[in-house]
Ligand binder design. Sequence first.
Ligand code: UTP
Length: 292
Amino acid sequence: MKKVTKAVIPAAGLGTRVLPATKAQPKEMLVIVDKPSLQYIVEELVASGITDILIVTGRNKDSIEDHFDFSYELEHSLEKAGKFDLLKKVDDISSLANIYYVRQNHPLGLGHAILKAKSFVGEDPFVIALGDDIIYNANKPVAKQLIEVYEKYQTNIVGVQEVAKGDISKYGIVRPTDRYDEKNVKIADFIEKPKIEEAPSNLACLGRYLLTGDIFEYLEQTKPGKGGEIQLTDAILKMIKDDKTTLAYSFEGKRYDIGNKLGLLKANIEFGLRNEETKEGLLKYLKEEIKI
Ligand code: UTP
């Protein structure tokens, strides 16, 4: 069995839900406490054993490349000033993993972005981590959880979680069939953003996938769907109809959708409450504010 060492992070969306913050910078570079959200995702992948990461970028990609690169001037100044703690933090970023970049040119949907990874991935199994979904699990990062499921069943895997009824119409919802174990169920079908009464379950696809290189053949056949975009879920669905087993894996972790304003605020507050430097002050501040 081939070890999973590659991952793709699509980060070329327009981020219209958090405009104007995304006018001149990608939403994946928006800050959560003291790091851009993309760094949380890269760190999750690295902690999961991923060594090679392809980031699919769009316009305004320079800040992403600069962030994961060595910064001579900054590191030199920090060294001269004796700020060794900060120097280590900055220096560590540039040696996290082998990071590659490809441009999507036109943001024609998530499926189109993933298709750009075809030559990077080849035939290998690989993780997809959406650039605007941060998933927190201090014990076992979610990409590692997916890799373990792959090692057990060697199938395609979609990370899911149960969502509240009121949120069902925001997501791709899974129609489950055979149960493999407590956390894994075979997918029969997906319904994109169903009405509550038409939803086949409350299991929503939430930003993490582990797929084999087979997906590219299906992406190439996928015509633009909703909003003129090539949808990744349409290609996965075709793969399922071709009898390629795909499991919905209920992952463990707290997910933050930083692609919308409220999700971005929640992520900042919760990571702020976990951060040694900010937790005390933030908690005190929140207590005072909530009294009003
Ligand atoms: P979203 O649909 O949440 O991103 O895509 P978006 O299009 O930027 O969102 P809004 O609606 O305009 O606010 C999920 C992930 O897929 C990437 C995004 O960057 C995000 O990480 N994506 C989406 C691409 O890389 N290319 C695309 O064409 C679309």
